[in-house]
Design a protein around this ligand. Structure first.
Ligand SMILES: [Cu+2]
Length: 153
């Protein structure tokens, strides 16, 4: 019983200091690095903020991109590798970053009229049913959003 009470108290303390998320997840700071060669995939980055309840990012769609995949990066024998993720867990109140060298969105078949500086609309769909549209700014291949350099992904 004493152990049980201690658990309750610990949980209450955790709940008290846990940051409260909003009703819906938030998508912020979305940007896309276009490919150096037209026809090659572009890479998209953004930050997810979890809502009050656990959620999952299921997919991203854009009217000007044929197909968008969610990829995670890893290292394999000194080489950067990546593999598709079917969805992305977004726990309540958590911050999940898609950033260069880490997880990223891969944009296949970007409309050739998109040039650096053109915004790309992206619609994020979550398991909770939340759908959030953001405008991602685009930068040229090798360009940065202020935080990183050089990598393909
Ligand atoms: Cu990728």
């Amino acid at each position: 019983m004493r152990r049980f009470l201690a658990t309750i108290i610990t949980l209450a303390a955790l709940a008290a200091c846990h940051p409260k998320g909003g009703e819906k997840p938030v998508v912020k700071d979305a940007w896309i690095r276009l490919a150096a060669v037209q026809g090659r995939p572009a890479a998209g980055y953004f930050t997810l903020l979890g809502a009050r309840a656990d959620d999952r990012l299921l997919r991203i769609d854009s009217a000007v991109v044929d197909r968008i995949e969610l990829h995670e990066s890893g290292m394999n024998g000194g080489m950067t590798t990546m593999r598709p993720m079917t969805d992305v867990p977004l726990p309540a109140g958590a911050t999940v970053e898609f950033a260069p060298n880490g997880s990223h969105a891969m944009l296949f078949g970007v409309d050739p009229r998109i040039t650096p500086g053109t915004a790309i609309p992206m619609l994020f769909t979550f398991k909770s049913g939340a759908r959030i549209e953001v405008e991602a700014k685009t930068v040229p291949a090798g360009g940065e959003s202020g935080d990183m350099a050089g990598m393909q992904h």
